[in-house]
Design a protein. Sequence first.
Lengths: 209, 806
Amino acid sequence: MADTGKTGSNPSDQSSIRATRRSVIKGVIASGVAVSAVGYVVYERSARRSAAGAVERLITLNVNGRDRRVDVAPHETLAQTVRNKLGLTGTKLSCDRAECGACTVMLDGVTTYSCSTLTHSVRNRKIITIEGIAGPNGGLHKVQQAMIDELGPQCGFCTPGQVVAAVALLNNNPKPTLDEVRRGMSGNLCKCGAYDHYLKAIMRASQEA
Amino acid sequence: MATAPTQQHKLIGKDFVVSDVEAKVTGRAKYVEDFRADGMVFCKTLTSPIPHAKIRSIDTSAAMKMPGVLGILTADDVPQFPPPAPGILAKDETFYVGEPILAIAADTEENAVAAIEAVKIDFQQLPHVVDPLESLFPGGPNAREGGNVAAGQIKLQTVKWDGADFAAAGEAKLPLGRPAEEWTYGDVDAGFKKAKVIVEENFVSATYSHNCMETRSAFAYWQGGKCFLHGSNQSHTAAIANISRYIGIKPNQLVFIAEYCGGGFGSKIPGYPNMAIAALMSKKINRPVMHHISRDEEYGIGSARPGFQGYIKMGFAPNGKITAADLYIVQESGPMPTAGDFRAAGACMSLVYQPEAMRFRSVPVLTNTIPVGAQRGPGENQFVSVIEPMIDKAARQLNMDRFDIRILNAPDSNSKFGPDQGPVTSAFLKDALAKLRTLANWDELKKKSGQKNGTKVTGIGIGQGYHSAGTNGFDGLVRITPDGKLHVHTGVGNLGTHSWASTARVPADLLNVSWDNVIIERGDTRRGLPFNSPQAGSLTASTESRTMYAAAMDMKDKLTDIAAKMLGGKPEDYELGDEKVVHKGGGRSITYQQAALKAIELGGKYSGKEVPGELNPITKSAVAMIAGSGLVAAAKDKVPRVGTTPGLTCNLAEVEIDTETGVVEIKQCMSVVDVGTVLFPLGLGHQIASGQVHGIGMAHLERHLYDAKLGIPAAMGFHEGKVPTYLDIPPNMIWQAVEKPDPQHPLGIKGVGEPAMGSGASCITSAIADALGGHLFNRTPVSGDMILNHLSGRPPAHKPLQVNTV
């Protein structure tokens, strides 16, 4: 996992908070627990250390090119915010512990596990979720079209994360080798084992203008 | 009977865009937790923290006073099933870490968690066991108070072997004590007597989790006396009876919504007990209830493939024919009788290798590990992974070519197998192997076997796979509406194999309907879904193309009937043109739109107001939902089928092992499959490639890990698991199909999902053995440290038959 460039490794913004799993947990412990607007828990095993203290704050997030005002608890993860408060359920939660990549979003163009990123830490970042990948008129991104043509997904649960990761990869490296794609995508698991078709789709997309 | 794939098919055998893929790549596909309802509340379960215990008392008084708490469910609130069958919530006795005991609903999930933490349970810890052999040892612990052995058709009982059996066997051999099940055919002793070479080995295959990406969260609410349930399930209508049973309602009281399923692999076939918790909690507190399952919780209730501790002896005649086989399997069954893998392994030995005589013995032992169940190729795939390298060992001793020995022993369409020596509908594994030999350019490739390149050494392996791959007798339902659209109603579920879509191509093809004019009705029982096969067991492509064929033939009859009524003459004077019914003499015709309008006017069997009595009740209620809306054809699949329909596959892998690090790099894989007529090439290729990936996981990576002393699991995540990543797979996978139709299927189609993984796993274990000069680990997964220990002359880190270890 070390070379996947996932979590908080944006080279252009080292001053930003490194939203590692550890900092998420510390955030939870330090802040106690707040009741989020839709009621999902953050981490049940570390939650509820204190019954009082944490309060939601109204912040502005830039999501898919739009500023969104949203109440966010100190310990809330970005995955929770986009799914449960902004209604962007394309971002999936599977492991909820920075192992699988189903929750992959982009922060200033760099892929991040949103399950392990505190929402408060990304207030000044440009957040792109799967819903922001297609064009403004709903036109599919070439990665999405290639995944349709090559029959990329099986069950589809990891697919939004795979698409976001592939788009970020091609943005940074438009003509990757197959091995570069394998390495770049290796932070996104697919338990169906659809890797071969995803790879074909990403290589196909990379060959299109 | 059989219709070979011919030029006349416009859709069958052709690639197409599967209509749900766009929703998957845009994030619009909605899985269970993507749904919301006004007033939705949350529930969480309290799960057992210890592997085996009596529940002496539960005190929820403090929990019920916690903020936001709305209700509680205990075992007393849910339907009971006689032990050792799996229950919904544990009553009196708990059997594994992670077993649900009670559930609490609250306005927020955090409040539910807080209330769970305030519950006090008085447990009396009982002896536990995670290794079947320990339970079989005299005086060893039982996983349940009622016994230590059970399976389907094997009642709960206590089996202890003699100390002498263990003493005689020592640590490296499986003691061959009293089995719970045994069968024999042929003269096994005589078979071994005439053998020139005997291969006798003990083996272990690891238990490991299904690790579905989507956990088994459920969301439920009630309206008008019906339970609306969103569940993650790989089957749809085949699961309704079972899910209703868990909830304690009649099947027609359940509205089941399952448009997508984020991975099942056999663990979500007929529904599962956990689904009932959201449903029953919702009923109790009269609120929509979301029951989110975390990854930790999923590990406990998310099922696993049972492991084997086994013994096999095979005799080979001088020409390589297997003269006799003696197989004994001890199965790690988890705490409930939920897996029959051991039986499937016995059948697999008998079918794939065709021994002239065979004895099979087994004992499925209960353990305090998580409940097990079917996982892609249950039994067959564990088995071939350890057996295929042994076939190579025999080939070496007989100085035979590795393809030759397999082709000699492989089944053909006249082969019999199993204790009953039952027939197969077709078997072309010999053809597949011959084709794979050509595809691989075998005579050249095999020269690379054992070649060294710096610290690396090359191995070439062949693997085979089998699973039954088709059944019959379900219902088909199609409808033409007055707008001319063909509605294909399918109740098969959406596991991700795309077979709900590929089988829908069949009626469109047979009825000459443009694919653009097809609407597939699925995913929600309110859409009128017929009783179809489970999406499991490599069944769907074969089984549901049969039901689609039945419905299409019924539709064809009704179309020509209506044409005769409208235009005169007899039905047989008419044939189907492009979305119209045409008089064979030319000229006169009616469009499908006209036929649909006429059907509504005619009513009766034409509009679905009357249905054949032989249809399943689920199909009848589906037809009732759409009756009067067009021309309706509902028919039961009655095309005869005698024997097992086998899907058979073979794979070849080239690997390179780094002798300094133990890293196995898979350089290339290829596969040839005997799946009858190819229905959807792109989808078939996807199953083959993903089968290879799953096979790599089984052969090389995935396993459970338990602390035997404490009974606590230690591999509860994807990377601890450990599932394959992009970096574990070969750069390119190629495949071919034998393309010989199955004669007992109207279109010749057989399935592929499971065998594709078995051959994918066994080609890797064979290749690793080949790279190491034929060394047999007799264990899956073959991990890097096992390879390193072997190469450096150190003993393995585990005892020979130890399980749930690295």
